[in-house]
Design a protein around this ligand. Sequence first.
Ligand code: DC
Length: 227
Amino acid sequence: MSKNLVIAIDGPAGSGKSTIAKYLAQKLNAVYVDTGAMYRAITFLALRNDIADNTPEVINLVRDLDIKLRFEFGITRVFVNDEEVTHNIRTKEVNDKVSDISRIPEVREELVKIQKKLGENQTIVAEGRDTTTVVFPEADFKIFLTADLDVRAERRFKEFLEKGTEIDLDAVKSNLAERDRIDSSRKVSPLKKAEDAFELDSTSLTIKEELDMLLEKIKSLKETEPQ
Ligand code: DC
């Protein structure tokens, strides 16, 4: 029997990580781990409890939470203490605050523990900002996905329109640029390319082209694996 694989994908907001991670997980019969959804869930609760600017309270909150992800029908369902927050975590308010919450070291520490456990006994495709560098530094295959800011903004803008949220393209673009800046410059686990990650620029690729390229790489990895 072949061993469980850990595939880790990092990259800036809107680079297409979650789309490609979902397809890869489907093809590989793996569990999709959306680590950003966890940071978003904490952010949503902190905003709702009106404590998002109170770091000690946010830390208490994260230590008390039971977070579960369930990937069903193409979406990641997110539960905290058995309350479903799936539809609350992708709002403009959460987008604007999530990078601040995710730079709190204690928040990261708690979430990384949960994420590492998910990779213990099953094949997973995990995506986020530090999955190739901190959560799964020993991953079997590491991908660093990028795309031009304009293309990323356009993709996120379309997602908002599909959900019926009115927003302007410039606001989406400046939120992405600001998140990139905070996520890449924070002291703890900044977004950066792991030395041994395969870098893929998706600016002018279709999803199918990206997926085929990555599946080919993963296949060659499996073929070279000792039996
Ligand atoms: O992938 P996303 O846009 O849903 O992630 C939301 C935010 O969460 C992102 O701006 C930074 C943070 N994040 C992180 O710090 N580390 C991760 N592994 C995943 C997300």
